[in-house]
Design a protein around this ligand. Structure first.
Ligand code: R5P
Length: 327
């Protein structure tokens, strides 16, 4: 167990929305502002500074003593910077005697590093958990974890919310009749099943092989996609390689050139938008777990998770169950 200095003298007590403080890390300003509007609560002032030597510093500009603090920060690029900033926020809150510290990490970076692929490799997802707990975190709220078992790296409550319900609300009126939900690999079959259940659709699965961190190959299409429109779903789009290969494989298998793409986390590194641009791809839908650059003219459609996260925060601040948010 990770020891958490400074916790012992803080008594746990029932919290209420008026006792919460909401902070935003630099990666999640827009989402935090939207979430705060949904919550009817303001964002507490804070600052992040970079010193000339590159070191980061965080300051909380109001007291948090005895409060339930929520810090919103996605671990999107620059991932390590954003992680370190989150650690500094947690440390600052703990040293300022917050009663409870919850990190709302809509996109949990490093989650794909959840196992060793060879000898002498780290398990970075586990290390991230160790670091957050060592800093003094009490609770983690996240969305569509890359692998649900990552929760096991944490010795504290983890609420892994799902974006699927909100995504389906957006998608259901835009899909062509007879659409097949496609899982781009074996890891996303359960999620594809969830989409299919909500959209009253069937499922197909692609057998994917990862060649390198950036390269994948589709070996086989399992399921009937001939002359059918498709909805490819995924937890994240990073380079766009997985989706681009899936599109090619589906068209080769006779799918109709009427393909929609839905992924919770639009990491969309340089080159991803170009890879996703294909005449058969009608629309790409992502959520706002990762902010889009305002200058980006090829914006995908964005579904906001602010209402979902606001409800989660409200329930947690009131020590109420959030199980209905998983349905
Ligand atoms: C892989 O297991 C994930 O679920 C995604 O399919 C993958 O990380 C997407 O990355 P990229 O867009 O780089 O192919």
């Amino acid at each position: 167990m990770v020891e958490r200095p400074g916790k012992n003298y803080i008594s746990e007590r029932a919290m209420h929305t008026q006792d919460l403080s909401l902070f935003s890390g630099t990666a999640s300003h827009e989402l935090t502002a939207a979430l705060a509007r949904n919550l009817g609560h303001r964002v507490s002032p804070s600052g992040v500074e970079r010193f000339p030597d590159g070191e980061l510093s965080v300051h909380l500009d109001e007291a948090v003593r005895g409060r339930h603090v929520f810090i919103v920060q996605s671990l999107c690029p620059p991932v390590t910077e954003n992680l370190f900033e989150l650690l500094l926020f947690v440390d600052a809150c703990r040293r300022a005697a917050a009663a409870r510290i919850t990190a709302v990490v809509p996109y949990l970076g490093y989650a794909r590093a959840d196992k060793r692929h060879g000898l002498r490799e780290p398990i970075t997802a586990s290390l991230v958990a160790t670091l957050l707990q060592a800093a003094g975190l009490d609770h983690l709220v996240t969305v569509d974890l890359h692998a649900a078992q990552i929760e096991g790296f944490y010795h504290l409550p983890v609420d892994n919310l799902s974006a699927v319900s909100l995504m389906c609300d957006e998608l259901k009126h835009r899909l062509s009749p007879g659409t097949v939900v496609v899982s781009p690999d074996a890891g996303r079959v359960a999620t594809a099943g969830d989409y299919a259940r909500r959209l009253d659709a069937t499922v197909a699965v692609l057998q994917k092989q990862r060649q390198t961190g950036a390269e994948t190959k589709v070996l086989k299409v399992i399921g009937d996609v001939r002359d059918r429109p498709c909805l490819i779903i995924d937890d994240m789009i990073t380079t766009g390689g997985t989706i681009a290969h899936a599109v090619t494989a589906l068209l080769d298998a006779g799918a109709r050139p009427d393909i929609m793409v839905a992924a919770t986390h639009g990491v969309l590194v340089a080159g991803a938008r170009e890879r996703l641009r294909h005449p058969a791809v009608r629309e790409v839908v992502v959520t706002d777990t990762i902010a889009r650059p305002p200058s980006d003219s090829s914006q995908p459609t964005v579904v906001s998770l602010a209402p979902l996260l606001a409800r989660a925060i409200r329930h947690l601040a009131n020590a109420e169950s959030i199980s209905d948010l998983f349905r």
